[in-house]
Each structure stands twice: as C-alpha cells, then as structure tokens.
Unconditional design. Sequence first.
Length: 133
Amino acid sequence: MALPDSAEYWQDVKGGFIIPNGFRHAKGVDCGHNHNIETEYFKDVDCHACKKIINKNRPANLLDGDAPEFYYYSKTSAKKMRKAKKEREEFNNENGICECGSDWKIRFNKIKKQHFLGCSNYPICKKTKSIPK
C-alpha cells in the first residue's frame, strides 16, 4: 500500500497502519488528522500534512519561531513559572546582577553559619557579596 507524503503513519504489530496522535498540528489548519495538540508557532508544527498546507497558504494566526518554554505546560505550571520569573526579576532589581552578567544566588556558608550572595555562574565566576540588611 502506497502512503501519501503528506501524512504520518505508523505500522502497528499486525501490519496495519495507524495515525499517531502525539504530533503538534498548526492551529486553524484542517489537515484531516485528530488535532489533540495544536500550536500557534510555525517551527513547532510536527505534522507533515499541516506543513504541506502551510507552505501553500500560510494562515495569519501562525507566529514565527518556537514556542516559549512554558507554552505546552498546563496553565498551573505556566502560572508558577511566570511567578518564579517575576520573583527572580524583583530579586535582581533589589540586589543587582554579578559583573559577569549572571544572577546572584543565595548561598550558605557552613563555617560562618550565614547566608551570602554568590554568582549563579559558579565555578566559572567566583564573585560573592554579603546580603544587604
């Protein structure tokens, strides 16, 4: 059986062909597959049928490039990541950044039993500073 170039098929154990559901499809493109995962980002499209349609007539809703790293996470995960990013930016606004351009990390000195700021690029950068009170 000849298979079209525009579709992805996997051969199952019995020799038949199945269409996988794990591919990312272009949002708003009707390729004939089950769209369980859709993306608005052009480079994230895995479906060959969607890519073929996009090459002929690209929809206006597709964005260039790859999706941000939290795009495919659940809403709660994405919310936690945005909160952590905001907290890190606030921390950097208060304490500045290291001379090498990396963020500061709070570290603990076991001998003196106190916290200090160390460069997150350690061991390449070994700069430290005391925590302002």
